[in-house]
Design a protein around this ligand. Structure first.
Ligand code: CA2
Length: 146
C-alpha cells in the first residue's frame, strides 16, 4: 500500500489553541485523525510528523526516501524563507503536495512567495484542514492502482 508522509512545520502544533479566527478550531491531532480515516478509504497509509526546527524538517524529508511514496508538506512560515527545505524535497525526488490552511495569497505580501511551490506537484491553500484531504485525494490518483 503506498505510504504518504504528512509533514507540518513551525507553530502548527498550536493549531486549535490560539488564533482560531485565522487557523480555525481544529487541532493537529484532529487533522491527523481525519487524514488517517481518509487514507484508509483511499488505499493509502499515512505517517505524521511535526517540527518547529528547520533542520529536523530537512531530516524528515531525507528519511522519507525509501520509506514513503509521497509527501504532503505544510512548511508553515519556512515556506516563505527556506531554500533548505526546497533543496531537501528536490534531493529525495518524491512527489510532494504543498498545503496551507489559509490562503497565503490573500494575506501579507511576504506570504505570497513560496519556495516550496517550485518543487511541488501542486499547491492547495485556503481550505483549512480539508486541504490535507484534497492533497491525499490527488496523491491517491497518482499512487493507487485500481
Ligand atoms: O496557512 C498555513 O497553513 C500556514 O502555513 C500557517 C503558518 C504561516 O506562517 C504560513 O504563512 C501559512 C503559521 C502557522 C501558525 O499556526 C498557528 C496556529 C495557532 C496559533 C498560532 C499559530
Amino acid at each position: 500500500m503506498p505510504s504518504v508522509l504528512i509533514l507540518n512545520g513551525p507553530n502548527l502544533n498550536l493549531l486549535g489553541t490560539r488564533q482560531p479566527e485565522v487557523y480555525g478550531a481544529t487541532t493537529l491531532a484532529d487533522i491527523e485523525a481525519l487524514c488517517t480515516d481518509a487514507a484508509q478509504r483511499l488505499g493509502l497509509s499515512v505517517a505524521f510528523a511535526q517540527s518547529n526546527h528547520e533542520g529536523v524538517l530537512v531530516d524528515h524529508i531525507h528519511a522519507a526516501k525509501g520509506t514513503h511514496d509521497a509527501i504532503i508538506l505544510n512548511a508553515g512560515a519556512y515556506t516563505h524563507t527556506s531554500i533548505a527545505l526546497m533543496d531537501a524535497v528536490t534531493s529525495v525526488d518524491l512527489p510532494m503536495v504543498e498545503v496551507h490552511l489559509s490562503n497565503i495569497h490573500a494575506r501579507e505580501g511576504f506570504r505570497h512567495t513560496s519556495h516550496i511551490a517550485r518543487v511541488a506537484i501542486g499547491q492547495i491553500c485556503g481550505f483549512g484542514p480539508k486541504g490535507y484531504l484534497m492533497a491525499l485525494d490527488a496523491l491517491a490518483e497518482r499512487l493507487v492502482t485500481p
